[in-house]
Ligand binder design. Sequence first.
Ligand code: ZN
Length: 311
Amino acid sequence: MAKVALIYDKIFLRHETGSHPENGARVEHTYEYLKSLPLFKDIQSIPPRAATKDEITLAHTEGYYETLVTIPKDRRVALDPDTIFGPGTLEAALFAAGAVIVGIEGIVRGDLERAFCLVRPPGHHARKGLAMGFCIFNNIAIGALKAIEHLGFERAAIVDIDVHHGNGTQEIFYDDPRVLYCSIHQAPFYPGTGSKEERGSGAAVGKTVNVPLSAGSTESDYLASLDEIILPALIEHLPDIVFISAGFDAHRDDPIGGMRLDSTSFGKMTQEIVKAAKQSARGRIVSALEGGYDLTALATSIEAHVEALMA
Ligand SMILES: [Zn+2]
């Protein structure tokens, strides 16, 4: 059994969004559910830490970071029509990015092989200089850059299975040949990016791989996209670490997504990604929660995901 860590802290509940679909109950309910499962005793629980300014600005502009840290502590502002920033948001967002880094650091120390970061706010829509689509900092992008710039990794691959395209992550790595960004997503759909023709630029042409699928796509469509397009590209890239932008809003019960996956579909997809990571990256994977808005579907999908990470 692989050594897998769950990285979570109640600090993620301090990002208060009210009746918004992206709310604290998502991670709180999932954590309580995971704790009730027999598999929980075989998972290491690790607390996150706050990412530092130097770590955040690996992926974001200094101006964007400064804008957020200077918002008065008692204010609630909308950074975009979907993205609320309140008194506890900065702390939660710094810890969400820091959780991914803690996972990589655990792998570097040899304490673990894979990690799942049960975090919020999510990250993959966050652009270099802009909050977007419930996302403040791009947790996965910050982690991938930390791994490469400071922790001795040469190449990273990111597999984004959220129902939405990770426009922020794509933007951050569009001309960076060290990081392969792959996404399967519903199209046409928010945020509107992620066509097959978007393939990267300069030395990184071919290092962005988009697989847009129409609404109503099923497990077999997702598994075929992984097996025929994404995982061959991943193995060819030869990453020494793999990241998963683990959104679960392609579940058939999700109120936002329009796809037809079951909870067990996420387990099967994760098994395929683990197999590919074992071929090229010694099985090293850090996965971080993105979307997923039906509490029951989210918890059982994460169960299947974590179980597959443990294999
Ligand atoms: Zn999403």
